[in-house]
Design a protein around this ligand. Structure first.
Ligand code: ASP
Length: 620
């Protein structure tokens, strides 16, 4: 078989997936991969594939003995050039499943650029079930059309965002990836310095501080499609490196940010999906979101909102409710439409689920179609209480009400999760809908559950709400949790798409917030002195937002994981199965960086330590 070394003057005239009826009668030159070859003896069919899709090639020994002979040697994933004439397919042989299905190309020349080993999996639309094989052979996985389309969608979203921001006066400016630790609340990836042994750069968790410095520089409107690095536990929607559409502007308030972002979403939807988005987006304060949906990322595509039934059962004799209210807790409920007649086993499963996610129990009341009431706690509740619960939750005959009595966070948190899972299970979520909602007025601080310390709910540069500024001087622990921030999230279909805030632009306020976070003045100066100092040289009011691009594309693409919208993602344990990163490095490299590995108990590690020893290097 003769392989072509170069194009030999050949030039592609059209992509495979773009051949249509309008090409009938003309000659095309196509280049791509053999997706499948079917040898019928007197005819050979080839599905030729490139990034746009497939087209059928017909090799006929009478018409072109040469191409027929060449086609005989082709195998899946061979790379070829096909020259031929486009014809309509004979009636009855069309393939309605592919856009090129009404036509085919009668080959008169086939040139082979390269052969291919039998691939580890067949390139077809459905994904190979073992994702680790897909990741190891990512270049083959990406040949699948759904993956190719995700990459294209990502490109189009980025392009539309860039164009929109540029047209609105924003400049794209790069900021350092290797920097000092940036406080987005995750662990840093560290890069040891060769020139200054024992010192490290951090890979930026976000460009937060640099974009603020750009505002102080007078740049006024900035954006960046920026890689961020966070060393945290990974899951379906997290990767160690991910991309943000990062935005900052000066002389702004929340309304201007909302306006800008809504305009950008409208533009992206029009450009990329060809549809009109309705703006402005609805807004919920964080408190409302928690009350009604039990989540700061409410999925607003369906109802089943949480109701507070505490008032109707305030004087109840039923000990579960009574005790919860007595302990300062609350009683909340959701109404599940049309599910009054769920079986005992299903209700038990729901109760187990509720317990698994933190509730002490789950109480059900079924309002049966014949107006009967079925509930394990029926005898503990009065008729007025049962009717009152029905009214408050909006339940009708045929509906099921699920109740959790607990502390506020647990009660709404559990019902919020149950709400989503049940809706998914019952198919109540309109898959095609895009439901945006702003969540505003987030808490300024949150208590770290493990360490019990207060930390910034967004990041420490977020401005407290204007009405809370005066409280900062004299705060007790209770009040700390009540402070609100000028922070907002944009949520789409229950996924946090973007997060941002109006920033602090005064040194005195920034210092007070650091104090709330138990950061001493010395520590604050040591870590963020450059920002505090900059505030003293004319810092304008400013604010911004950052979109998680990968999640954004994932939601629009309807993908289940951000790995499917990234070209070369890592596994949930942070490794790249394609390149083998992270990999060991040579003792010389470690020595040059002044590093050695500390001892652990494995022989393997001990061997590495012995190799890596240097005079008196710092330990990592
Ligand atoms: N830097 C923030 C983040 O990465 C976004 C912002 O406040 O603009 O979440």
């Amino acid at each position: 078989m003769r392989l072509m070394n170069d194009l030999d003057g050949l030039k592609r005239t059209c992509y495979c997936g773009e051949v249509r009826e309008e090409h009938v009668g003309s000659r095309v030159t196509l280049m791509g991969w053999v997706n499948r070859r079917r040898d019928l003896g007197d005819l050979i069919f080839i599905d030729l594939r490139d990034r746009t899709g497939l087209v059928q090639i017909v090799c006929d020994p009478v018409r072109s003995p040469h191409s027929f002979d060449a086609a005989k040697c082709l195998r899946s994933e061979y790379v070829v050039c096909v020259i031929g004439r486009v014809v309509e397919r004979k009636p009855g042989t069309e393939n309605p499943n592919i856009p090129t299905g009404n036509v085919e190309v009668l080959a008169d020349t086939i040139k082979i650029f390269n052969c291919a080993k039998t691939p580890p999996f067949v390139v077809r639309d459905e994904a190979e079930p073992d994702e680790s094989i897909r990741m190891k052979y990512r270049y083959i996985d990406l040949r699948r059309l759904p993956m190719m389309n995700n990459l294209k969608l990502r490109h189009e979203i980025v392009l539309a965002a860039r164009n929109y921001l540029s047209a609105n006066g924003f400049w794209e400016i790069e900021t350092p990836a290797m920097t000092r630790s940036t406080p987005e609340g995750a662990r840093d990836y560290l890069v040891p310095s060769r020139q200054e042994p024992g010192r490290f750069y951090s890979l930026a968790q976000s460009p937060q501080l640099f974009k603020q410095l750009l505002m102080i520089s007078g740049v006024d409107k900035y954006f960046q499609i920026c890689r961020c690095f966070r060393d945290e536990d990974l899951r379906a929607d997290r990767q160690p490196e991910f991309t943000q559409i990062d935005i900052e502007l000066s002389f702004t308030d929340e309304e201007q940010v909302y306006d800008l972002v809504e305009g950008m979403m409208k533009h992206i939807w029009k450009e990329v999906l060809g549809s009109d988005l309705c703006v402005p987006f609805p807004r919920l304060t964080w408190d409302e979101a928690m009350e009604r949906y039990g989540s700061d990322k409410p999925d607003t595509r369906f109802g089943m909102e949480i109701s507070d039934i505490t008032d109707v059962i305030r004087d109840t004799e039923f000990s579960v409710f009574k005790n919860a209210i007595g302990a300062g807790g609350t009683v909340r409920a959701i109404c599940v439409p049309g599910c009054a007649e769920l079986s005992r086993q299903t209700l038990d499963r729901l109760t187990d689920k509720a317990k698994e996610i933190g509730a002490k129990g789950l109480i059900s009341i079924s309002y049966l179609p014949d107006k009967e009431i079925k509930s394990p706690v029926k005898k503990h509740l009065t008729q007025e209480e049962i009717i009152g619960i029905k009214q408050i939750t909006g339940a009708e005959e045929g509906d099921l009400v699920l109740i959790v009595a607990d502390e506020f966070d647990t009660a709404v948190g559990v019902l919020g999760r149950m709400r989503k899972e049940i809706a998914q299970h019952l198919g109540l979520i309109p898959e095609e809908a895009f439901d945006f909602v702003w969540v505003t007025e987030f808490p300024l601080l949150e208590r770290n559950k493990e360490e019990g310390v207060w930390q910034a709910a967004h990041h420490p540069f977020t401005s407290p709400s204007t009405r809370d500024l005066k409280l900062l001087d004299d705060l007790d622990e209770q009040l700390k949790g009540k402070l609100r921030a000028r922070a907002y999230d944009l949520v789409l279909n229950g996924v946090e798409l973007a997060s941002g805030s109006i920033r602090i632009h005064r040194r005195d306020i920034q210092e007070k917030v650091f104090e709330l976070l138990d950061l001493s003045l010395e520590e604050a100066q040591e870590k963020f002195g450059f920002l505090l100092d900059a505030f003293e040289y004319g810092a304008p009011p400013h604010g911004g937002i950052a979109f998680g691009l990968d999640r954004f594309v994932m939601v629009v693409a309807g993908a289940n994981t951000i790995r499917d919208v990234m070209a070369f993602p890592k596994t949930t344990s942070g490794s790249c199965l394609l390149t083998g990163a992270p990999s060991e490095v040579s003792p010389d490299q470690l020595k040059e960086l002044g590093l050695r590995l500390i001892e652990d108990n494995t022989d393997h590690a001990r061997a590495r330590i012995n190799q890596g020893k240097t005079d008196s290097p710092p330990e990592v």
